[in-house]
Design a protein around this ligand. Structure first.
Ligand SMILES: [Zn+2]
Ligand SMILES: [Zn+2]
Length: 177
């Protein structure tokens, strides 16, 4: 895990407080002990991660039946989520990781029900936007469709292997500086 710097630490703690306070008002959590969430070690993912927005880690070698607050290692969020503009989505992601921490390991239908009890943010829309934002930030290449001008920022060139889904035209590589 990447150690958060002081300002990241402060932002993570503020976000944690916000999320726990909202959870305390949510029906689905009213029978759960949420105070332990204040003790979880929070960290940040590596900056160049693009697919993962958050992760819950248990201590090494812990088996499925031993997952609990005691065997929890840390929760890590993507550092870009700590920018103000992503605050609403960051809260949704931390809530997602807190659901794992509360003992719901798998993304099954119960998990999704808990996750989407979260008020306010339509993460189904914001999640892909955040992924796209990260891809643009770390891209070395644009894959361009010459027919509809769609651009797909990526780390590697497409080398003629990918087509535009809309037009079925082979995408062209443009190198970014
Ligand atoms: Zn998850
Ligand atoms: Zn196209």
């Amino acid at each position: 895990m990447v150690k958060p710097n002081n300002s990241q630490k402060e932002q993570l703690d503020d976000l944690r407080k916000l999320v726990i306070e909202i959870m305390q008002d949510m029906d689905v959590w009213k029978d759960h002990e949420l105070d332990a969430l204040y003790n979880i070690k929070l960290g940040v993912l590596r900056k160049n991660a693009t697919q993962r927005h958050g992760v819950t880690k248990w201590q090494k070698g812990v088996s499925e039946s031993e997952l609990s607050f005691e065997t929890l290692d840390s929760i890590e969020l993507h550092p870009e989520l700590l920018n103000q503009q992503w605050n609403a989505y960051a809260a949704f992601v931390l809530h997602h990781e807190f659901i794992h921490a509360l003992g719901f390991r798998h993304h099954n239908s119960l998990f999704r029900k808990l996750e989407y009890s979260w008020p306010g943010v339509n993460a189904g829309e914001i999640g892909p936007k955040f992924t796209e934002f990260l891809r643009r930030k770390t891209a070395n290449w644009l894959w361009v469709c010459k027919d509809c001008n769609s651009e797909f920022p990526r780390k590697k060139p497409s080398n003629g292997k990918y087509k535009c889904r809309k037009c079925m035209t082979i995408l062209v590589d443009v190198k970014l500086n």
